[in-house]
Design a protein around this ligand. Sequence first.
Ligand code: PLP
Length: 419
Amino acid sequence: APILTQFGQQMSHLTGVRAIMKDIIETLQSGQSAEFINLSAGNPVILPEVEQLWRDCTADLLASSDYGEVVCRYGSSRGYEPLIDAISTDFNQRYGLSLKPENILITPGSQSLYFLAANSFGGYTTEGQLKEIILPLSPDYTGYGGVSLYPEAVRAYQPTLEVDTAAHRFKYRPDFSQLTITEQTGFVLFSRPCNPTGNVLSDDEVKRIATLAANVPVFIDSAYAPPFPALNFTEMTPVLAPNVVHGISLSKAGLPGERVGIAIGDAATIRILESFQTNLCIHSSRYGQAIAAKAIASGALAEISKTAIRPHYQQKFAVIESTLDETMPDVPWYLHRAEGSIFAWLWLQDLPMDDQAFYQALKQYGVIIVPGSPFFPGLRNDWEHKHQCFRISLTDTAERIEIAIRRLANLTEEVYGQG
Ligand code: PLP
């Protein structure tokens, strides 16, 4: 085997939840896959209306004289011009902005956007100073654990918990008494709505973070935010302050296979990311960009997000809520407030085993959920809460979700009974 460099070592490991996913795939391939209800998936449901939209946009593209220009030629590394125009027109109208093409960059999926940012603004400066990537509220997206070539650059903050004991609900808040942005900070990063918790930081909390971080970029990962895929179940508005880079993904709007990510931010920051991207991969695939341009320019994507995508997951969440309320034993269990995303986040306080052991035990009941501990990238505190949470995907059918939650309630009763 070739000798790996430091970066080769770092990047050849599966980080965070991808390691669990390997175990899940092996479990599902073990021959009894039909018996498992798999609530681990991050892959969105293929909704018929959404698939039809992408099919229609593809038919349009095939019929248009632009087809050769789109598919048979290289283009600008910033992105396909009609997509950039569609985004700036949409955002300018919708939010009263004055975005220009130089404020926008199209990347091959939004994950790659955070990689570009993590290694442009985080890591070691030419003077050898470590610039940190600050995650203001942990837990957050597990993928942030693998974005930096220098994992020691990622630093996350423990949140405060708002608990409604009687209702069995809770919510994370950023702990502003701890959160500090210093000259060691390279940039700030968080998802809103949040994968895995479904939390939506309030507009005020976001503005407060953007103000604290006045001298560094704040990347707001809006993979679930309005206007598309609009997977927010609570009112929220994108906060577009001068130091904010707004990261959009079309993956949860039905296009994960085409890898389309969009960064909106100030021209100087966008230029740095664009240059890095040109060195890395020249530009994002133009087929995906061309169909996205049509779906956004016509308004169809924003519309279908509100009328099909959001209600689909909201209904699934309601099934989890009502089944938990009905079946969970009298133990301190708490469901995170459902404010968005395609996941539910369950906290089993004082769980007599750790999250990995509970995950293994639930497999014996034919149910797979994701243990929560990989969702705390960059959090160095030894916090028992990290081993008491679970992510439950809303992508299976309502019937199967209900069966799975009943089994989870049975296991909960059993393990707390023994403990
Ligand atoms: N950010 C968050 C919060 C996500 O949940 C995901 C995917 O699940 C991504 C980023 C990456 O998405 P993509 O690279 O497909 O745009």
